[in-house]
Every structure is written in C-alpha cells, then in structure tokens.
Design a protein around this ligand. Sequence first.
Ligand code: GFB
Length: 314
Amino acid sequence: MEFSEKTGRIYVAGHNGMVGSAIVRALKSDGYSNIITRSSKELDLRNQNQVDQFFKTEKPDFVFLAAAKVGGILANNIYRAEFLYDNLMIQTNIIHASHVNKVSKLLFLGSSCIYPKLAEQPLTEEALLTGELEPTNEPYAIAKISGIKMCEAYRDQYGDNFISAMPTNLYGPNDNYDLKTSHVLPALLRKFHEAKVNGDSEVNCWGSGSPMREFLHVNDLASACMHLMKTYNEKEFVNVGTGTDVTIKELAETIASTVGFQGELVWDVSKPDGTPRKLMNVSRIEASGWKYKIELKEGINQVYKEFKESELAL
Ligand code: GFB
C-alpha cells in the first residue's frame, strides 16, 4: 500500500508532543483521516507486551515514530539513565512490532546530536560514528544511533521499508517551557517575557553564548516528514534543517528584541555550553525536493504570540 493513497492506517507515536502533534496537524491538513493515536497513559511504549498487543490489534500500515524522552542540555545531562532506557525501549518496541506486524513504511526521528562533537561542519550524513560524542547528551545520542541502525538492519535482513530523519534543534507549538528541562529557545522566550513583565533589569542565560545552533520550526519538520513518507525509500538517513545557524548570543538578542526586553543579558558559565556547533548539511533532502519555509525571526514571532496566549504567560 502506498502512503499517498491516504487510505492506510497511520500510527503517530508521540502525538501529544511537539513533533507528533505537528505531524498530526500536517496529516489532517493533507486529507489523511485514518490516524491512530494513544496517550502515554493509555499505552506505555516502554512496555513490550503493551506495544505488541497494540500493534496486533490496530495493525497500522504506516508509522511515524515521534515518541521519545526529550529535553534540553541540562535534562539530558541529569537524567542520563532515563534518556538511554526510555528511548531505547520505546523505539525498539515500536520498530520490532512494526516488523512483526508488517507495517508498510516507518519513519524514525532522530536528532542532530547523533554526530561526533567535533565533526566537520556542516554535518553530512556520512559523519555518523566517525568520532566521540558530546558528553552532555551521549545517552540520548546512543539511543538515537541505535534507532537508525535498527531501521537499517531490519531493511538489510528483512527488506522492511524503515527510513530515518535527523532533525536539527526544533521549536514550535506544544514546546516544553519548563525552565529546568526545556531547550534554549522556549527557555529564553519565557525568561525574557517574565523579566519584561516583572520589570527585571537582567536575564540569566546559560553558558558562554558562543555555541552555534540551527533552529527549525516544527511545522517545517512535519512537512519534511510528509515529503519523506511520500517519496523517500532509501536506507540512508536524511538530515532535516535549514542549513544556517546562529550563536546562542544572537538567538538571545533576537528573542529579547521580539519580546521587547531592554535589560542586560548575564551569561552563567557554570552551566554547560554543550557541543560548539552542529550545523546540518541539508543537501540530501534538498536534492529530494524539500526545503524549509519558516525563517527563524518569523518563527520566533509566531511562537511568542502563541506563548502570550497560553496559560503559561504571566
Ligand atoms: O537547547 P539546549 O538546551 O540544547 O542548549 P543543545 C543550547 C545552548 O543554549 C547551550 C544555551 O549552549 C546552552 O547552554 N542556553 C542558554 C540555554 N540559556 C539557556 C537556557 O535558559 N536553557 C537552555 N536549555 N539552554 C540538546 C541535546 O542540546 O539539543 C539534546 O541535549 C537534543 O540531546 C537537543 O539533541 C536538540 O542543543 O545543547
């Protein structure tokens, strides 16, 4: 069965998360209605029996594997065991059950942190496993690398059409704004907003501000996932990003000006910088006919508007 026929049963794992919810929105707006979802309360994806039973009963034709334990630099570094265990269990159970239940096509989502800390920039897909990983997110990266390798191995041994995409740092609706576990973009948006509302003169930012990061709006990632499900059937995984990056300091200044915070930025160097740079080479996906649409400034404006309308905003 072809994904483009729009009649297949589609399981979106992780539909309440930022990525999964964006994929569900993209599917619906493209006329797909046969979508299966389960919350983590209904189905514990770390539990093999529950996952096996779910696949046996629901028999999905297509799977978007967007369920994962995710978080920013500090959460990755503190909850090292959970980032490894939860992610390995979730993806292993889903990939294996997809094989057993003859899923026509599966898309596994990884992360740009799979690449070696000091890999040549921009990062081509060939840089995988050519050097040491960034220590703060090594457990998460090891889990994601295992997911890629599982998809490749099931294709090699059984001919399963399991593909993988590696998104760069993401932001968008349904992001995590908890300051201890979030990524930099939502964290700074919240910090600057609260400082402005409270009339604070300074905002505490982590690290030195010199690392560089690439940011992709999650709606663009969802459109890339749709594109890959429709057109891409190769073993080689695919980077998904914009191909441009900014320093954390530049990001902070952009967010401060979007929010209208005019105070000072104080850099707390006791917090980790993480990898110095992880800019994606996006030639492979661009050659296949996909390109991002939402520029960073425009995307930050959008998420700030959504944040102000949410119950989180002061
Ligand atoms: O987004 P982030 O947490 O994750 O941090 P990574 C990016 C950079 O922003 C780091 C700095 O240099 C942080 O020190 N930063 C500045 C802040 N202020 C803040 C703040 O208030 N909160 C946060 N969180 N950062 C994660 C990986 O790495 O990226 C994951 O740990 C995953 O595994 C994810 O790959 C996409 O980009 O460093």
